[in-house]
Every structure is written in structure tokens, then in C-alpha cells.
Design a protein around this ligand. Sequence first.
Ligand SMILES: Cc1cc2nc3c(=O)[nH]c(=O)nc-3n(C[C@H](O)[C@H](O)[C@H](O)COP(=O)(O)O)c2cc1C
Length: 296
Amino acid sequence: MFSEAKGDSVQIAREYMDSLLVETRVVGAERPDTTFRFLGETFSTPVMTAALSHLDLVSMAAGAKQAGACVSIGMGGNGEMGEILATGAKVMKIIKPYADEKEILSRLEYAEENGALAVGMDVEHAVNTDDAEDSVVMGLQMKQPTLAELEKYIRHTKLPFFIKGALSVQDALRCRDLGAAGLVLSHHNGLTRFAVPPVMVLPEIRKAIGKDLLLIADGGIESGVDAFKALARGADAVTMGKALMGPLKENGADGVAETLRKATAQLQAMMIRTGTKNLKHMDPSVIWEPIGYRHG
Ligand SMILES: Cc1cc2nc3c(=O)[nH]c(=O)nc-3n(C[C@H](O)[C@H](O)[C@H](O)COP(=O)(O)O)c2cc1C
């Protein structure tokens, strides 16, 4: 039997993130620019909102828009998606791996017809954590999509398609071959026990796929310092989830905007301290990691 406490992937990811040290390169550093160009749009920051659900996502989107950030949204029907899109925020809709294909196709079609920026699927949420049963989420049955099904969903839409839950080179290569636009590297709040932290596996995935896929690091991003570490290790963007929930509850859209702006300011400070002039010049060699795990 494993230790449940030790197998908590959220905790493992936190400890790994905090073990990473940053080398300063301040001499002659230029004022950094956090402008983020993504899927033909320009954002003020590469810090996005995570694909949350069962919350006031309309205010979340309004706050992200205020801060010039891209929004991802999770489970929810087309009605809610419409209200979120009406805020004018740029939205990536992450669709659950529903067993009923109609649920997937209708959301893909709605997202495309109503101006979403991108879509995706959180494939990591198909099965339960501690048995091999398919999950039931909010009364809706999930199912692990086959490669053929995933390819069908990707081809069903003209929108860029992101696979959320890929966390290995094997999955990254498969997603690229299926025609995905990118990955959200995630273990979905520890759904997989003892999961390799996204920020740990990032450099290996980046090396394997080069620029073929956009990489978004998800999980445990609580500050601009965390964001900097993920970006330096090869992410194009990061998402912030739980860290936005308190500010959303307390101050609605303004709380979300303020938190995203603060994270972006912290990211900018880390960039100036490391001589990183913009997001295109992130350099993994500024990060020092303790010698520890090796891919076995
Ligand atoms: C309340 C809540 C609802 C979530 N709903 C979804 C969802 O519907 N779809 C999804 O892909 N992920 C969902 N997630 C997972 C988040 O997108 C994210 O992967 C996870 O929270 C880790 O990021 P964080 O540490 O920044 O929160 C949810 C997380 C929370 C806390």
C-alpha cells in the first residue's frame, strides 16, 4: 500500500516547484515585455485562467479580460459558454471526455460558431483515481477516448484543439500526430497519484516536440515566480486555477484581474532579474534544479 499523503501529486508538484532555483543575470538587463501572442491574438500576459467549473466563470472571464489574459473554462453547457463568450474575453473551452459523443460534438460546434479561440479535452478525467472505472462527473458518464475518437474530435472543428492531461513525451508525440495544436500539461489536481510534476517533465517534452505544439503548464501556479519557472522550462503559457478562486469569491472580476496583474508584475520582476527581455527569450539555463530523479 502506498502512502496517500506521499502520493499527493499537488504536494509533490509544490515541493518540486520550490526546489527550483533561479540564477540572476541583472547586469545590463532591459525592461522586460510580457506581451503574449497566442493563436493570432495579443494578450498582456502569458498567465491564463485554468479550466475551472461550478463557479462564477462569467466574472472570472470579465476579470481576465480586464487584465488582458486568456481564459480557459471547464465543464459546463453551451448556455454558460455563451454567457462567458459574451464578456468579450478570449476563451479556450475544455470539454470533458463524455461517454455520449453528442455532448462533445455539440460543445465543439457551439464553441466554433460563437467565437471561442480554442477548444480542448481533459482526457485525464475519464477514469477514477483509485479504480479503473470510468468517472461520473456531475451525473454525467465519462469514457477514455480512443485515439480514433480523439482524432475525430480534433478534425470536427476548425478551432485549435488542446489535449489537457498529457504529461509525457509519448502522449505529446501522439497528440502531435493526431493533429492537436497544443497540450495543457496537467494532472488535474492530483487525479494521478505520484504524477511527475508538469514543470519537471516540461523540458523533455519541449525537446521532443520542438515548436510543433503549444505547451501550457497547469497545476500549482500560485504566483508570477511559479509562472516564470514554468515559462523558463519551456511553457508558452501557464494557467492559474485555485489561486484565483479566493479573489473571485471575495471580489469577483476585480479580484481575478488584480491577482492576474500581480502575478504578471512578479513575472516581469523575475524576467528583469534574469535578463529575459521578452517571452521569446526565456532561457532554461537560468533554472537550477537539484540532482534527483532520472527518467527510468
Ligand atoms: C473547482 C474546480 C473545478 C474544476 N473543473 C475543471 C473542469 O471542468 N475541467 C478541467 O479540465 N479541469 C477542471 N479543474 C482542474 C483545473 O483546470 C486545474 O487543472 C487544476 O485545478 C490544477 O490547477 P491549479 O493548481 O492552478 O488549481 C477544476 C479545478 C477546480 C479546483
